[in-house]
Design a protein around this ligand. Structure first.
Ligand code: HAM
Length: 415
């Protein structure tokens, strides 16, 4: 027997229903905010992620499913959606041809991390990117949309943490200050950090090993006046939108492209995998990838983690409402027509096999969770009727002409 790979899993019902519900909530919320769907490929040129996510990030250094394909091309399974959206934005000239630069995506992402509860090697993200709007109102809109989506999906008890990483200008000075701080502590740093501080000192602050003590002790970034004003105004708008948040000056994020606003939505209910969603502004990425100057803001939510938070909540009933049982091959033909008529009338319906005994079909009816069994036995076949038997209140039964069955069922299901 061949099992699935470690960190890759089958999503079985009812968990798969939870995913569908979360995605439906997201589509509804995206509609309210004017976002359109982008379906981007799962496989891209490896270079796309090296250049955008960043070659000193854990994702690119250690976690990418990258390989040389049969044609000798260096490719990678997408570890995140933002680079693909930016590539598509540039490749299809969406800045000129698109409606408003607001795009969402839903799909699997791939990272070769050490699997544990809430951390998988294939996981689903729902992501939103707003490209081309530099205003702090766009930051606040993006974050408040995320909060609305979590509420709509039924998630409770999350908190929003907010920070600003400033622009290239404020970071130029900070880089030198931070580098001096890190160099003086180089012997205390883990191997990967020691290797990358010269190339990207900021990365050390989100290192899984050294990040916590470094961000507590390291000097803090001072924002330039324009970035400080952007951060202030973002917070004012968040207040207007009624979004509760906490400023956390240690929040740096593990991807390279961020500028100014960054944020994470956290929960205390998932142990160490506490980030439910995260994102930020990336004002320089589109240009650095060969596109126009297009400031942007976005986030991605981990659907697997949201599903974990919702798994104890009562799920909507997805069982069929009716189950059709037939006593013979001939009755089976009538039963199949009845199935079709019920579904056309919007009444969900299922069956097992009309070749099996009535007893066995009734067992399947019970197992299905249906409210009513519709039985076409020999007598009913002759009379052109079917028996409607309640599976919830034992004993309740009535016989109706086959043609009346859909309307009768609709009435019964209303009551
Ligand atoms: P990220 O923080 O790498 O950001 O991932 C966003 C969310 O994806 C996390 O908060 C978490 O819920 C989920 N996630 C990440 N890794 C895993 C995993 N191994 N297993 C399960 N869930 C996971 C991004 O991906 C950025 N692209 C977000 C963004 C969009 N920034 C701007 N636009």
């Amino acid at each position: 027997m061949i099992n699935s790979l470690r960190g890759f899993r089958d999503l079985l019902p009812p968990e798969s229903d939870l995913f569908t519900r979360i995605e439906a909530a997201a589509r509804e919320v995206f509609g309210l905010y004017g976002y359109q769907e982008l379906r981007i490929p799962a496989l891209e040129k490896k270079e796309l992620f090296v250049k955008s996510t960043g070659d000193t990030t854990d994702i690119v250094e250690k976690e990418m499913y990258a390989f040389t394909d049969g044609g000798g091309r260096e490719v990678a399974m997408r570890p995140e959606g933002t680079p693909g959206v930016v590539r598509a934005y540039i490749e299809h000239n969406l800045g000129q041809t698109g409606r408003n630069g607001k795009y969402f995506y839903i799909g699997g992402m791939y990272r070769a991390e050490r699997p544990q509860a809430g951390r998988y090697r294939e996981f689903t993200q729902i992501g939103a990117e707003h490209i081309g709007n530099p205003s702090p109102a766009a930051d606040a809109e993006s974050i408040s949309m995320l909060v609305r989506l979590l509420e709509k999906a039924g998630v409770e008890g999350c908190s929003v943490e907010l920070n600003s990483l400033g622009c290239g200008e404020c970071r130029k000075t900070y880089r030198e200050i931070l580098l001096a701080f890190l160099r003086a502590r180089a012997e205390k740093l883990c191997e990967p950090c020691r290797g990358r501080i010269e190339r990207n000192p900021l990365r050390a602050l989100d290192c899984k090993i050294d990040g916590p003590w470094l961000s507590a002790e390291a000097p803090k970034l001072t924002l330039c006046p324009a970035c400080a004003e952007h951060f202030d105004t973002t917070q004012k708008y968040l207040g207007t939108a009624g979004v509760a948040y906490k400023v956390n000056t240690s929040l740096v994020r593990g991807l390279d492209y961020y500028t100014r606003t960054v944020f994470e939505v956290r929960t205390t209910a998932l142990g160490s995998q506490d980030a439910v969603a995260a994102g930020g502004r990336y004002d320089d990425l589109v240009k650095s990838m060969g596109g126009p100057q297009a400031p942007a803001i976005g986030w991605a939510m981990g659907v697997d983690r949201v599903a974990m938070l919702l798994k104890d909540k009562p799920a909507p009933d997805t069982a069929p409402k009716t189950f059709i049982v037939a006593a013979s091959k001939e009755a089976g033909e009538k039963a199949f027509a009845l199935l079709t008529a019920l579904r056309s009338a919007g009444v969900s319906s299922d069956f097992s096999s009309f070749d099996l005994s009535l007893k066995s079909q009734m067992r399947s009816a019970d197992k299905s969770g249906a409210s009513f069994a519709l039985i076409i036995g020999e007598d009913e076949l002759k009379a052109g009727t079917c028996a409607i038997k309640s599976l919830k209140t034992r004993g309740d039964q009535q016989t109706v002409p086959l043609s009346d069955a859909p309307s009768t069922l609709k009435q019964l299901l209303k009551g």
